[in-house]
Design a protein. Structure first.
Length: 564
């Protein structure tokens, strides 16, 4: 079953799987899982793990489970569960009927803990959390054995049963593995397996007052589900001996292989769930799905496509060492995808009124305009034209510098899909002196956009008809932080928040075809960038567009970066 198709991804994880298939370690099976904790929304780092686990399962004809690792009820909720399910599905993956919860296994996990006690591999400890840390030692000093380490099996069983029955206060006792207090790996110095925690669980209610630690529950959940390859990030590398020790002591017939890879770190943002919770809690963003957030929900609301995210995760590959990926590389793949699929439309963000003096009043006509010059299958639409238009304020200067080629007094430009026009006069606000209206004449012989006499113009500008266009709100999003590494060495990462990460424009105008655009629809506003109809706030009466990205790709040397 070893893969030979050179077009399929390959990396050190797949090489391990290939070797296992060659030696028939798991009888030809490949089973992975994506096991998020439901205490927050998924972010782009999770997307890499989702793509990796589901992608490996698909490549080897196996299966990938979706499992909620809900062993710590503090902060867990059904809202987060639903968001995780929606995000993984939105990314394009299907777990079929294999949605599991660690909380499904609470009774089994408890019985596994009892078995460890009976085997002499676990004991109930009365040290406080601070004392346990003190006894654990350091990287250079060995730990000390707990004075409760040699309790009898009978006493440990009795105390553990009382812990389950709720007869002790939080923190009074914990269940610890009995391994080696002088191990070079601090993780193996009698780690805690269970703690007392009187917290309501979103699924089991108040049925339990003791909860298993992640390291205990995770390996056993993998074994119960008969996972073959437990793929996780590098922070769990030191925990792998404990993963194996627990399964070995219980002599379970299903023993997955834990494999660690480098987590995704992205510039100009933070991917720590604790930091993201802080951003939401402090109101620095409008919520988990704020389009500036690196969450899957936020990126989807902003207008990123699942195809672009999957392509990005595939192209950056799997590494053994942590590194920071430039946000511009993700933006490159989003632009690349939207360039192929986004219909071209006309929108004006900062409208300036334009009157064509020699165009008949009350007359209107339509220009047939393609949605995509390279993809004729996207079709076309009719763009109405009339005597009064709106165009961008930045496309006009009364006293232009030498290299300004757009509209100015006495200058002729081309209207996108339409006529050549020439500026003849302006109207100013008498109080401020600001230009509020530009008057032009048009050449009726240039409906094709070209002059019969062959004269050339230096610029083409976009526009919308004042009588036919639709009012819209546009939200211009930029990066959430103003520095590449907001975590750095500073404790207060919020000091680096970008105050210009959102600019809201409420007087925009868009072509009438966008009146029927649906939430989530994506477009290229010609000359301006890629935009998406907001999923929450947009209405037919006044559509709201989020800027996904500007048109210009600032990422340089893409091919060279991918090879690193």
């Amino acid at each position: 079953m070893t893969q030979t198709n050179s077009s399929l991804p390959t990396d050190f994880i797949r090489e391990i799987i290939d070797e296992h298939l060659r030696t028939n370690r798991y009888r030809g099976r490949v089973a992975t899982r994506f096991p998020p904790e439901p205490n927050g929304y998924l972010h782009i780092g999770h997307a890499k793990s989702v793509c990796l686990n589901f992608g490996i399962a698909a490549q080897y004809g196996g299966a990938c489970n979706l499992r909620m690792d809900d062993t710590d009820p503090s902060g867990e909720s059904l809202e987060y569960v639903e968001s995780i399910i929606n995000d993984v599905r939105w990314l394009g993956f299907d777990w079929e009927d294999r949605l599991f919860y660690a909380s499904d296994y609470f009774e089994q996990l408890y019985q596994f803990a009892v078995q460890l006690i009976k085997n002499g591999n676990a004991y109930v400890c009365s040290l406080s959390a601070d004392e346990i840390r003190e006894y654990r030692g350091t990287l250079t000093e060995p730990g000390k054995e707990s004075p409760y380490r040699n309790r009898s099996i009978e006493e440990n069983l009795d105390l553990f049963e009382q812990m389950r029955a709720g007869e002790f206060e939080d923190g009074a006792y914990v269940l610890r593995a009995k391994i080696d207090m002088v191990s070079q790996n601090i993780t193996m110095r009698d780690p805690v397996l269970y703690r007392i925690k009187r917290t309501h669980h979103y699924r089991t209610g108040n049925q339990w007052c003791i909860y298993p630690m992640y390291d205990f529950a995770h390996c056993l959940s993998d074994s119960i589900e008969r996972i073959t390859h437990s793929i996780c990030t590098l922070e769990f590398e030191n925990n792998r001996p404990l993963y194996d020790w627990i399964l070995d002591q219980l002599k379970l017939d299903s023993h997955p292989q834990q494999i660690e890879f480098a987590r995704l770190n992205l510039s100009y943002t933070v991917l720590s769930k604790r930091r993201l919770i802080e951003l939401v809690g402090k109101g620095s963003v409008t919520g988990w799905d704020d389009p500036r957030m690196p969450t899957i929900a936020g990126m989807g609301r902003r207008g990123y496509t699942p195809e672009a995210i999957r392509n990005f995760c595939t192209k950056i590959g799997v590494a053994k060492n942590d590194s920071i990926i430039d946000m511009a590389l993700l933006e490159h793949y989003v632009r690349e995808d939207l360039n192929e699929r986004a219909p071209r439309v006309l929108g004006v963000l900062r409208p300036l009124r334009l009157v064509i003096d020699n165009y008949p009043e009350g007359q209107a006509e339509e220009f047939d305009s393609p949605y995509h010059p390279q993809n004729p299958e996207l079709g076309s639409r009719k763009v109405p034209f009339s005597r009064t238009l709106y165009f961008e304020q930045e496309d006009f200067m009364e006293n232009p510098p030498k290299k300004f080629f757009r509209l100015a007094p006495g200058r002729e430009v081309r209207l996108r899909y339409g006529y050549l026009i020439k500026c003849v006069s302006v109207v100013k606000d008498p109080n401020t002196g600001e230009v509020v209206e530009v008057h032009c004449t048009y050449d009726p012989e240039t409906r094709s956009g070209f002059a019969p006499d062959g004269r050339k113009v230096d610029a083409t500008i976009h526009w919308v008809s004042a009588d036919h266009s639709v009012p819209a709100e546009v939200r211009l999003y930029d990066r959430l932080f103003k520095v590449a590494n907001p975590m750095g060495e500073e404790s207060d990462f919020t000091k680096y928040l970008n105050p210009k990460s959102l600019e809201t424009l409420v007087t925009c105008r868009v072509e009438p075809s966008l009146a029927t655009a649906k939430p989530g629809d994506r477009f290229q506003f010609e000359r301006l960038g890629y935009f998406c109809v907001d999923l929450k706030d947009s209405t037919p009466q006044k559509p709201v567009f989020n800027r996904v990205l500007t048109l210009r790709d600032s990422w340089a040397k893409i091919s060279g970066q991918e090879k690193k």
